[in-house]
Design a protein around this ligand. Structure first.
Ligand code: NAD
Ligand code: TYD
Length: 350
């Protein structure tokens, strides 16, 4: 079959990438979707088990930092567009070891663009770079991140994402390279690696393990249902303006401690525990170094220009997420390959 686009989605075996792949494979049977992923600790092909046999989907194992592997996949599949999600994504890991973040997030992004630039001769291509609101830094109690907010990254993770964003813009301005960008707030939903707050808390409550809350738990994050992020990427990829960036978020701010307590309450009910039982697992631990106080996104440009809005209330999405983790407890064991306990011990028990 002749496909109208051959889209390379990088990082498609990860959390958000797997939701983007599922959406595109199901919604666009006329597109060929090539999932290019190195399968690091965060990548898991079982995230895509429901679509892996579709005729418009193919997985290629590879590293975005490798010139040979990227060139090969571009040439073999005649790649027309890229949606770039592959990244090292966990702030705590970036504090422990920033170099992997520089390599994948910065060098890998530039490598992808260099190769696309050398092969794309017409002007009908799109390179959609998926980024984060963390590049804007840390907010006080007032205000929202706008597209025009100056970059002020403060963790090695956000510094690497900010650097990649700058390279993406530089390629647009210098070479007329056809970029589109999005900066999204914290995502939640199914298939989220259990080192991030929400899946970690669910895992620990279910298994009656202490819940580590950094500092006083007063830091604020702005949570968005991962499928709404995937829908935003769909809109921006198709209808966003070349050279522009779009903020993605759901005006849904929670302090970490309120969110953790809310998860405890949901799970007490679902696990037939006494109200308040799971909250006893909460343990305030040493704060994260350089911990950003508050993230909050103004997504009005995306809403007004492209007609996107979040589809799900947080309470509804959180309940669906909890249900998914309860039904898929073996997923957590499998994806962490027994390493969850080791990771957890290393991070929190010294
Ligand atoms: P994730 O860690 O769950 O998945 C990352 C994926 O990239 C994995 O499948 C991994 O195997 C792959 N990968 C890593 N290094 C690679 C390499 N060198 N070559 C090829 N593949 C590689 O991450 P996520 O949470 O799904 O985030 C995806 C993207 O969205 C990232 O760019 C992240 O910065 C951005 N983002 C994430 C959030 C969030 O809340 N998780 C919010 C906004 C933006
Ligand atoms: P995380 O899910 O790592 O996302 P990010 O740091 O990219 O926003 O963390 C979300 C918030 O939860 C952040 O303020 C740090 C905090 N946190 C904890 O308090 N305990 C934990 O065990 C984790 C992983 C995070």
């Amino acid at each position: 079959m002749e496909f109208s686009k051959n889209i390379l989605i990088t990082g498609g075996a990860g959390f958000i990438g797997s939701h983007v792949i599922r959406l595109f494979v199901n919604k666009y049977p006329n597109y060929k979707i090539i999932n290019f992923d190195k399968l690091t600790y965060a990548g898991n092909l079982s995230n895509l088990i429901d679509i892996e046999n579709k005729s418009n989907y193919e997985f290629v194992k590879g590293d975005i930092c490798s010139e040979t592997e990227v060139r090969l996949v571009f040439e073999k599949h005649n790649i027309s567009d890229v949606i770039h999600l592959a990244a090292e994504s966990h702030v705590d890991r970036s504090i422990e070891g920033p170099m992997e973040f520089v390599l994948t997030n910065v060098l890998g992004t530039v490598n992808l663009m260099q190769i696309a630039k050398s092969l794309w001769k017409e002007n009908n291509h799109v390179f959609h770079h998926v980024s984060t609101d963390e590049v804007f830094g840390s907010l006080g109690s007032e205000g929202l991140f706008m597209e025009s907010t100056p970059y002020d990254p403060r963790s090695p993770y956000s510094a690497s994402k900010a650097s990649s964003d700058h390279f993406v813009r530089a390629f647009f301005h210098t070479y007329d390279f056809p970029v589109k960008m999005s900066n999204c707030s914290n995502n939640y939903g199914s298939h989220h690696f259990p080192e991030k707050l929400i899946p970690l808390v669910i895992h620990n409550i279910v298994n009656k393990i202490e819940i580590p809350v950094y500092g006083k738990g007063e830091n604020i994050r702005d949570w968005l249902w991962v499928e709404d992020h995937a829908r935003a990427i769909d809109k921006i990829f198709h209808n966003g303006k070349v050279g522009e960036s779009y903020n993605v978020g759901g005006l849904n701010e929670w302090t970490n401690i309120d969110l953790v307590k809310y998860l405890c309450k949901i799970l007490d009910a679902k696990l037939n525990r006494q109200d308040g039982e799971s909250a006893q697992l909460i343990k305030f631990v040493k704060d994260r170094a350089g911990h950003d106080a508050r993230y909050a996104i103004d997504a009005s440009k995306l809403e007004k220009e492209l007609g996107w809005k979040p589809s799900l209330k947080f309470e509804e999405g959180l309940e669906k997420t909890v249900d998914w983790y309860l039904l898929n407890q073996e997923w957590t064991e499998k994806i962490t390959n027994g390493s969850y306990q080791q990771y957890y011990k290393k991070m929190y028990t010294n």
